[in-house]
Write a protein that binds this ligand. Structure first.
Ligand code: FAD
Length: 313
């Protein structure tokens, strides 16, 4: 019987593990294998992280995650490289099933993150991290994007917020949307439409990202006139949504309309007593590593308190 099982090995899961291990809870962490990304989470697919405190010159995403993993191991976390396939939260103790068997635990922290939707284009794969990113807040301030013309692809609130964020660094920001109207809230639409550095291109889909070694432009197809245009840009930011990694839960936790686990405001408790959620899987708003790590800390402290009040430790 485990005191605590943690599912996920991004900043949220590993921070929870560090706290739980230091509280002598001997956590068992399933770091995943191929479901919902890769062990280490979303930062494994980025180059440099410049906004994680403690690294004045930035740190490589993989290097940061390797250090967090080592720190979790150092204090006694047991890490199992498997995907959680299903869970049973209908009875106590809870159970978690992976390929090698089923494990029981008094408490569980779900930290399985979210997957950024990406455009299914070969040119996108080729130029990923070479001018194409899925996170303007994370990467928009990098020197390669400063004072350059950039594009954001999408039409919802996140797309406009990301585009507005980029106007601080870019000489111009195109917002490329496949429909004739944006989906974002009216207030954001108005800000985008009146921003002197922004131009909204409606009814346009991305046909191809252009460039040999780095992104240099984008070819768009007009869905009404069926004509193609090319614009020169140094950066493209996809803001076409995220999918929280919750399918293995089979609706056993309360989920919101966008698929995020519902947690109590200001806490990590979920609709099932004894189950906690941390990181992007319950945060459709901030989606940043430090926020994920912070909520991982909260989840571990709340789980520790819950275990002690239920006489499991
Ligand atoms: P994730 O990092 O998504 O990790 C989820 C983990 O769960 C993974 O280890 C996965 O393997 C595991 N998992 C999923 N399903 C299962 C399962 N069924 N069983 C077991 N394990 C499972 N943020 C910043 O602060 N700064 C940046 O510079 C920055 N750059 C970014 C660049 C890109 C391209 C992207 C996509 C994101 C970036 N972010 C950045 C955002 C940041 O990566 C996320 O906010 C953060 O990683 C969320 O952490 P998490 O622990 O909640 O989830």
């Amino acid at each position: 019987m485990e005191k605590i099982i943690i599912i996920g090995s991004g900043p949220a899961g590993l921070t929870a593990a560090i706290y739980a291990a230091r509280a002598n809870l001997a956590p068992l962490l399933f770091e995943g294998f191929q479901s919902g990304g890769m062990p280490g989470g979303q930062l494994m697919i980025t180059t440099v992280v410049e906004n994680y405190p403690g690294f004045p010159k930035g740190i490589g995403g993989q290097e940061l995650m390797a250090a967090m993993r080592l720190q979790a191991l150092e204090y006694g976390t047991r890490i199992n490289t498997e995907d959680v396939e299903s869970v049973d939260f209908s009875r106590k103790p809870f159970s978690v099933t992976v390929g090698s068997g089923t494990y029981d635990a008094y408490s569980i922290i779900v930290a399985t993150g979210a997957t950024a939707r990406r455009l299914p284009l070969d040119s996108e794969q080729r130029l990923w991290n070479k001018g194409i990113s899925a996170c303007a807040v994370c990467d928009g301030g990098l020197p390669i994007f400063r004072n350059k013309e950039l594009a954001v692809i999408g039409g919802g609130d996140s797309a406009i917020e990301e585009a507005l964020h980029l106007t601080q660094f870019a000489s111009k920001v195109y917002l490329i949307h496949r429909r004739d109207q944006l989906r974002a809230s009216q207030i954001l639409q108005t800000r985008a439409q009146h921003h002197p550095k922004m131009e909204i291109l409606y009814n346009k889909v991305v046909e191809e990202f252009l460039g040999e070694t780095v992104l240099s432009g984008i070819r768009l197809l007009d869905t009404v006139t069926n004509t193609a245009t090319t614009i020169a840009i140094a950066g493209a930011f996809e803001a076409i949504g995220h999918v929280p990694n919750t399918s293995f839960l089979s609706n056993q936790l309360k989920i919101d309309s966008l698929g995020y686990i519902v947690t109590t405001p200001g806490a990590t408790t979920t609709s099932v007593d004894g189950i906690f959620a941390a990181g992007d899987v319950q945060d459709g708003k901030y989606r940043q590593a430090i926020a994920a790590a912070g909520s991982g800390c909260m989840a571990a402290l709340e789980a520790e308190h819950w275990l002690s009040t239920h006489a499991h430790i």
